[in-house]
Ligand binder design. Structure first.
Ligand code: HEM
Length: 539
């Protein structure tokens, strides 16, 4: 427990310093009550502001800035056919590619009253993200907010906007955003990896060949949930046990409902309120799954709070990690802690488990790559040594494996931003308040950026020397900048430690029971069929 205590003390000092500088930043940027969370105004497609001077013209270059009216894109009717009749919701990643080939790397689409500008070009994505202000807005979160207002709940990082978001982000980013912040969790995660390995043994022993694990994502889902919870709640949930405790089972059911009703919950936000009595299901399911998710977080947060209170009442020292810090420091209200725990758990399970499933599948399909990664692991750790966070920089191929997996299968195939000021991108004026769709799937499959873009080559991410640059805006699976994924380092640690030990212990092969697995969009980019793999002992 010593590192936790150390972490707790260090964090309290760091955060209070940061709070002062944040205040200064807000003043300097003239950041008042922001309109970011308000409903989007209808964007005028064909009007350039009277006093608008395009940046290039201001720099003396002769240039014509086009309006949104001139931007190409599919018609509303073809979108309706594509999405509603041809189930485009499960092929959003493919539609991105098709549309960018047909209309160019910046195009517009209309979904009813909502205009969306899609950007499928690495450099334009970079331009947009580099121009962000202090509190970028991702998308319209009205339905999430409505649920929270109705139940008297707070917003968490995903659903909050403006100053509210900034305040919570500045607390959390001090705690889990850097690799060294999460390094202290290595031992806890390794405890979960040990259970994962045991579970592989149990599951494969149940198959006739004694080596196959069916639908490996089911296993990784439980691993990811257990792994993120050990960090968020500082407690084990028992997801990798034979008999999963009832509360954890209920949570899994609520999470499945959230994702299985993905389409209906999208409609929960899209269907006007007055239509709810006629079409009640989407909103009802949406609220029901949030109830389940909040309930679970509240149980775990309350449990930790009462443990802390008991220790204080009996004069004992309070030691702990993330949750303990949040509860003791009081930098967030209790409701904000519930909301952030709920939203982080939601964001941290499927994302990590799908990425692990794809990694394992890709390794099974490419034995020669798997052999290289195995040799690296063996050179670094031998066959028995359990990896810790400090070992990861010595295994660049493990990192390359995760990066390459996320390039080929970015779990969020697209991301959003709502422009907060007028922008010129790709020669078009994009007015403030426009919904942008950043097409990560397209940019990470762009042959100009990634030679052999469809091939699985983890070594492309290994730097040849200190001057070699391998990162680029073509593949930013965790987003970029101040609103990027807060759980990136947690997810990476979970994935590195699990993959290293799985490769160290097993040779991974595709099971004959697996048909070629294609990607499918279901909110996230998921394997479209069960991934069944053999875990063959290496010794
Ligand atoms: C492979 C795993 C993961 C991937 C690929 C991923 C990806 C992303 C992406 C693309 C975003 C949007 C970033 C942006 O708008 O620029 C995001 C946001 C977020 N992620 Fe993750 N994520 C992963 C795991 C996690 C984990 C483990 C957690 C929690 C511990 C987490 C918590 C969040 C939260 C709270 C946000 C919202 C941040 C904000 O708005 O300030 N994610 N993630």
């Amino acid at each position: 427990m010593a590192p936790f205590k150390k972490m707790l003390h260090l964090c309290i000092r760091r955060v209070s310093r940061e709070a002062e500088s944040r205040y200064f930043l807000l003043q300097a940027a003239g950041f008042h009550k922001h309109s970011a969370s308000q409903s989007l105004p209808a964007v005028e497609e064909n009007v350039l502001p009277k006093n608008f001077i395009p940046p290039a013209a201001a720099a003396g270059k002769d240039t014509k800035v086009k309006t949104l009216k001139e931007m190409p894109g599919p018609s509303t009717l073809s979108n309706i056919i594509e999405f509603f009749y041809k189930d485009g919701f499960s092929r959003i990643h493919e539609i991105q590619l098709e549309h960018s080939q047909k209309y160019g790397k910046i195009f517009k689409s209309r979904f009813g009253p909502q205009l969306v500008v899609s950007i499928a070009d690495r450099d334009m994505v970079a331009e947009v993200l580099r121009a962000e202000g202090v509190a970028p807005q991702r998308a319209n979160m009205e339905s999430w907010k409505e649920y929270r207002d109705m139940r008297g709940r707070a917003t968490g990082l995903i659903s909050a906007e403006g100053e509210e978001w900034l305040k919570m982000r500045s607390v959390l980013r001090q705690l889990i955003l850097r690799p060294r912040d999460v390094a202290v969790f290595s031992d806890d995660i390794n405890g979960v990896v040990a259970d994962l390995l045991s579970r592989v043994h149990v599951l494969r022993s149940r198959q006739p060949d004694g080596v196959t694990v069916l639908n490996v994502n089911d296993l990784f889902f439980k691993y990811a949930m257990e792994g993120v919870a050990v960090i968020l709640y500082e407690s084990r949930l028992g997801c990798l046990q034979e008999d999963i405790p009832r509360q954890s089972q209920e949570y899994i059911a609520a999470l499945h409902l959230m994702f299985s009703s993905f389409k209906t919950s999208m409609y929960a936000g899209a269907i006007p309120k007055w239509l709810r009595p006629i079409i009640p299901k989407p909103w009802k399911e949406f609220c029901h799954s949030w109830d389940g998710l909040f309930k679970f977080s509240q149980i775990h947060v309350d449990k930790k709070l009462s443990e802390i209170q008991d220790r204080l009442a009996t004069g004992q020292e309070v030691k702990g990690g993330l949750l303990t810090y949040l509860l003791v420091s009081k930098e967030m209200t209790l409701e904000e802690i519930y909301a952030n725990m709920t939203e982080m758990l939601l964001a941290g399970v499927d994302t990590t488990s799908f990425t692990l499933s794809w990694s394992i599948y890709l390794l099974a399909l490419h034995p020669e790559v798997q052999q290289q990664v195995f040799e690296e692991v063996q050179r670094t750790l031998g066959t028995e040594q359990v990896p810790v966070s400090e070992d990861i920089p010595r295994m660049p191929l493990i990192r390359g494996l995760v990066k390459e997996t996320l390039r080929l299968f970015p779990v969020l195939p697209g991301n959003g931003r709502i422009t907060q000021s007028d922008l010129v991108v790709g020669g078009y004026l994009i007015p403030a308040g426009t919904q942008l769709a950043l097409c990560h799937y397209s940019t990470s499959h762009d042959e100009e950026t990634f030679q052999g873009a469809t091939e699985f080559r983890p070594e492309r991410w290994v730097r040849k020397d200190a001057t070699d640059r391998v990162d680029n805006f073509g593949s930013i699976p965790f987003g970029y900048g101040i609103r990027s994924c807060i759980g990136r380092r947690v997810a990476e640690l979970e994935m590195y430690l699990a993959l290293t030990q799985l490769i160290q212990k097993f040779r991974i092969e595709v099971s004959p029971q697996t048909q070629p697995v294609r990607a499918k969009t279901h909110g996230l980019l998921t394997p479209g069929a069960p991934v069944n793999v053999k875990f063959v002992d290496r010794q």
